[in-house]
Design a protein around this ligand. Structure first.
Ligand code: SF4
Length: 473
């Protein structure tokens, strides 16, 4: 495959290349633009014209330098074996193929794309979608021979994008809904994805029916289809193997696959918790879950949430510190679809542990939130500080508030036990029967009475310790 007739270079060496603001000619999508999407559609052979680029609206050369623009990208593919089931798989490859282009950065997916063109590449002649489209189509046909015909559409006209954007949202939702019918226990294999290793070398997604990939673009069905049609591609089968902990989501097969794909960096993963061995996070997760120690709860925020969240940190700040393929206890990149999963962070308490989230995401996943909890979870409309959040949770009788009361009792018992005087009995004389009163303060009770009957105790000292997991578990 040759790109010598084109003005910029194309190759894997440009994957991971960043176009910073100072180097940018212009950008498409990203945080300043609402209407942006990329989509792949399966077409009949006679519905499209092979290797054709269609530009609807102003082309790159007609756009002003330094600005952000809306963009819709549609790859239309056809072939004897092409089915609708493969659309999501082909669509996700846009991330990889766009990033092969010198001076053309692609981030995120679906309705959240962000592309940047560098001044250098613009000056070299990358000033039309004709070039971008030609590169993408050549890469598609070279890497996925199942595609017999392909046509690319680039839409920059804001009026034309609007209805297509709405349609795209419905298509994503229909794809996700399909995967909701299946449980992790119904299948013998999970799937892995290493497409993001160019940005996060130790990252490997484990995709199960009830754990959509954290980019929100690859379901278990998508990954399965991808592994079948492109066995040398980024998706591969993971035999579940022995279940080590069904509740936390630990499987021997997933551990082994991660160890191999991360070159030994990651050896264990718990799929349904953000503590101990959480899933790694790359850089393109749709949302982030973060632990708030002051309330012992978990908050959620999505990529489009602007400004600081309830803990004072912005999504981008937290994303920077947990991305790159790291396992960071208390922080987890995840997809919005995973919030609908019956296994959503189940080992951490699931929705009973969620204390704050942006109002628009809450509305979006409303059908996945237990009805009795919906009003008890604060949003940005209710509170934007941890102190106010605590008061909100108490007032709404959020289940986490009960946890505080239990913890206060445990802490008081622990403190009292540690301060309790030594038994007034010599150690050589066993206690035959004893009643010991331990005063408690600050736990809503004045006294706890421990009654020990018919026992013999030989001890120099008795220490009562908390037996539940430490905070955060
Ligand atoms: S986030 Fe995961 S599933 Fe999505 S493209 Fe990256 S590696 Fe693949």
């Amino acid at each position: 495959m040759s790109f010598e007739d084109l003005p910029v270079e194309v190759g894997v060496i440009y994957e991971g290349e960043r176009v910073r603001k100072a180097q940018m000619y212009c950008e498409f999508g990203g945080p300043k633009v609402t209407e942006k999407f990329e989509l792949c559609r399966a077409k009949k052979m006679d519905e499209i014209e092979d290797m054709k680029v269609i530009i609807e609206g102003p082309d790159i050369s007609e756009l002003e330098e330094g600005k952000s623009y809306p963009l819709g990208v549609i790859a239309e593919v056809a072939g004897e074996q092409i089915e609708e089931e493969l659309e999501g798989v082909f669509e996700r490859r846009l991330h990889e193929f766009n990033n092969y282009v010198q001076g053309w950065m692609h981030l995120n997916q679906r309705y959240d794309i962000w592309m940047r063109l560098s001044k250098d590449s613009f000056n070299k002649g990358l000033n039309t979608f004709q070039v971008v489209g030609t590169i993408l189509m050549r890469l598609y046909k070279a890497e996925l021979p199942i595609i017999e015909k392909i046509q690319m559409r680039f839409i920059t006209d804001p009026d034309a994008i609007k209805p297509l954007y709405e349609e795209a949202l419905q298509i994503y939702e229909a794809r996700d809904a399909r995967a909701r019918a299946l449980s992790d226990d119904d299948v013998e294999e999970f799937y892995g994805c290493v497409l993001c290793q160019s940005f996060a070398p130790s990252h490997c997604c484990v995709i199960t029916p009830q754990r959509m990939a954290l980019c929100g673009a690859i379901s278990w069905f998508d990954a399965r289809a991808s592994a079948r049609i492109d066995p040398k591609g980024p998706n591969f089968k993971i035999d579940k193997g022995e279940v080590l902990d069904a509740f936390k989501g630990e499987y021997i097969g997933a551990n082994e696959a991660l160890k191999e794909k991360s070159l030994g960096e990651v050896t264990r993963v718990f799929l349904h918790t953000m503590f101990e061995y959480p899933h790694t996070s790359c850089g393109c997760f749709e949302a982030i879950a973060f632990y708030i120690p002051e309330v012992d709860g978990i908050a959620l925020a999505h990529r489009d949430f602007r400004g600081p969240t309830v803990n004072g940190l912005a999504f981008s700040t937290m994303a920077t510190s947990v991305g790159g393929g790291l396992q960071t206890e208390g922080f987890l990149g995840l997809s919005i679809e995973y919030m609908r999963s019956p296994k959503f962070l189940q080992a951490d308490g699931g929705w009973e542990r969620i204390v704050w989230m942006p109002a628009d995401v809450k509305e979006r996943v409303k059908d996945g939130i237990p009805e009795e909890l919906f009003d008890k979870i604060a949003t940005d409309a209710d509170t934007m500080s941890v102190d106010d959040l605590k008061a909100f949770l108490k007032e709404k009788q959020h289940p986490i508030a009960e946890r505080w009361a239990e913890e206060e009792v445990e802490e008081a018992i622990e403190a009292a036990a540690e301060e309790a005087p030594m038994m007034p009995y010599p150690t050589s004389q066993p206690i035959q029967m004893s009643t010991m009163n331990i005063p408690l303060t600050g736990a809503g009770q004045d006294m706890i009475t421990l009654t020990l009957k018919g026992v013999k105790i030989y001890a120099e000292k008795a220490i009562i310790k908390r037996t539940k997991g430490k905070k955060g578990k």
